[in-house]
Design a binder for this molecule. Structure first.
Ligand code: DQA
Length: 146
């Protein structure tokens, strides 16, 4: 059984009402509950967390390491494009992670084209709205049980 943490960055608490054409109509809670169920059915433990501030996300990454988290599904949201601190935290704990985005970031504004995480992630999934998380979880499960 693997322990998997889903870590969500700023403004993702507003999913459902936030730019639904871009991010979908489902709330974060709905997406996370489906994910928890799917992980449980596959014999894995999934927890999730959402934080709006960079420092709280750094703390959550540090805590994941001491709590024995095996994999992280990480949507750093806007910090994807700005945060050296979060990149350094991921490098420090060395927990393998999949970078996830609901929107197709490659098709969006130029400032979203830089990610501080893609080159150190196991892989990146973008553009499938809430299903991006499910695809990331499936990729991790396949990695655990090839
Ligand atoms: C996002 C994409 C980011 O560019 C944006 O700042 C977000 C959400 C996504 O899931 O599509 O807040 O990470």
């Amino acid at each position: 059984m693997a322990s998997i943490l889903v870590l969500n960055g700023p403004n993702l608490n507003l999913l459902g009402s936030r730019e639904p054409d871009t991010y979908g109509h489902r709330t974060l809670e709905e997406i996370m509950e489906d994910l928890t169920r799917f992980a449980g059915a596959c014999g894995h433990e999934l927890t999730y967390r959402q934080e709006n501030s960079e420092g709280a996300l750094v703390d959550a990454i540090h805590k994941a390491a001491t709590a024995g988290v095996d994999y992280i599904i990480f949507n750093p949201a806007a910090y994807t494009h700005t945060s050296v601190a979060l990149r350094d935290a991921m490098l420090a704990v060395r927990i393998p992670f999949v970078e996830v985005h609901l929107s197709a970031v490659a098709a969006r504004e130029p400032f979203r084209q830089l990610s501080y995480f893609s080159d150190i992630a196991m892989g990146v999934i973008t553009g499938f709205q809430g299903d991006s998380y499910l695809l990331a979880l499936q990729a991790i499960i396949n990695h655990i049980e090839p």
